[in-house]
Design a protein around this ligand. Structure first.
Ligand code: 2BA
Length: 110
């Protein structure tokens, strides 16, 4: 058995969860925050048999779409005394999903 962790944008979480549920996968959503942009995202946990992992990833890919480049204003501090607070435009890629697949050592429901 595997546990799929999928970090998805909030805009995509409903569609991904609906589609996974329709295909009879169990999913748990965690409200998470990206360390870089400090924006809310969602981490979905999906426990599945090994032979279903590809199907789960295909559903996530289909619902999350392509990655896109966006420009964000990142805060930074400069100056000798580190007292000048400002922002700097920076291009980052968002969208799609970040997926980790890990082995499950033991699974039971009691
Ligand atoms: P954030 O950490 O808020 O990152 C948002 C996007 O900013 C990233 O998109 C990436 O394009 C860019 N980015 C992240 N860290 C960067 C850095 N140190 N320098 C320059 N650009 C950076 P994604 O790669 O699609 O990641 C989306 C979210 O997935 C991340 O949100 C984070 O919550 C999670 N994530 C991505 N890779 C991860 C990893 N290796 N471990 C844990 N969480 C990860």
């Amino acid at each position: 058995m595997k546990l799929v962790y999928a970090i998805v944008r909030k805009d995509n979480e409903d569609e991904v969860m609906n589609e996974l549920t329709v295909h009879r996968f169990s999913v748990t959503k965690l409200a998470t925050t990206g360390g870089f942009l400090r924006k809310g995202n969602s981490t979905l946990m999906i426990g599945v048999e090994d032979d279903k992992v590809k199907q789960v990833i295909d559903i996530i890919k289909h619902e999350c779409g392509e990655r896109q480049k966006i420009t964000v204003n990142m805060p930074y501090v400069s100056g000798p005394a580190m007292v000048n607070y400002s922002t700097m435009p920076m291009t980052v890629e968002v969208g799609g999903a970040t997926i980790f697949v890990v082995d499950v050592e033991h699974f039971e429901k009691i």
